[in-house]
Structure formats: C-alpha cells, structure tokens
Write a protein that binds this ligand. Structure first.
Ligand SMILES: [Zn+2]
Length: 144
C-alpha cells in the first residue's frame, strides 16, 4: 500500500535523490565522452595510416602515410586532438543536461488521501478532498 512520507523523510530523500541523479548524470556524460574519444582515435589512426599526420584537406598537406609499426612513435599526435574533442564533448554534454529535464521531477502526481495518481495538471485538489503531490513524496510498503 501507499504511504505518504513524513516531512523529514521527504527532505532526506530529496538530498539523496539529487546526489544519485548527479552521480548518474556525470557517469553518463563521462561514458559518452569516452565513446567519442575512442571513435576519434580510430578515425585519427585510419587517417594516419592512409594520409599521414597532416589532414588531407589542410593547405600544403604532405601525403605521407605512416606504416602501422611506426604508429607508436606518433602516440602524442594520435591522442592529442581526440582528447581535446572528448573533453569538449564532455563539457557540451554537461551544459546540455543542465538545460534538459535530467533534473526535473517525474510528471506523475498522487493524492495523499485516496492515492489516485494522474499526470501533472493544474488541478491539485482531489475529488476525495485530498491533495496531489509528486511521487517522490510517497513510498510503497509491502502488506504482510
Ligand atoms: Zn484523492
């Protein structure tokens, strides 16, 4: 059955939820940037093998493919740009997430008396005389 949490429980959960959300969010962003980083390194490696260090579109680019066994001599060039790209994407992701609804609450609200739930609308008073609030304020407990 549903139970409305006490004020202090709600406050405690709010802080805890935000901590968890923030942690998951940073992990998501990090995971995304690492994927970008790996893709950029692979692209860079293919370019090195096919064209050399200079991008083929750069003015005055020297066409000088690097054989695979010489790649270890060019690790700094190989990781430099992808690393900058990965960090840039991490920053973009963080800023983007702050704007979108990553930190918004669920849109489902529940009555504190009859425990009917509905999608959020402006009507916060229930027909039973109760009052709707967000799901974060309730807890499901097992009946034995
Ligand atoms: Zn109600």
């Amino acid at each position: 059955m549903w139970r409305k949490k006490t004020k202090s429980e709600i406050e405690f959960d709010k802080v805890e939820n935000l901590k968890i959300r923030r942690k998951n969010y940073i992990e998501d962003c990090l995971y995304f940037s690492i994927k970008v980083l790996i893709i950029l390194i692979i692209i860079n490696l293919i370019m090195f093998l096919a064209y050399g260090i200079d991008a083929p579109i750069a003015p005055g680019a020297k066409y000088d493919p690097i054989p695979l066994y010489k790649i270890p001599n060019h690790l700094i060039e190989l990781f430099e740009l992808p690393l900058i790209g990965g960090i840039l994407f991490f920053i973009i992701k963080i800023v983007e997430g702050k704007r979108n609804d990553y930190f918004k609450k669920s849109s489902i609200i529940m009555c504190d008396k009859c425990f009917n739930s509905k999608n959020y609308d402006k009507k916060m008073n229930c027909e039973c005389g109760g009052y709707f609030s967000t799901l974060d304020n309730f807890e499901w407990i097992k009946e034995d």
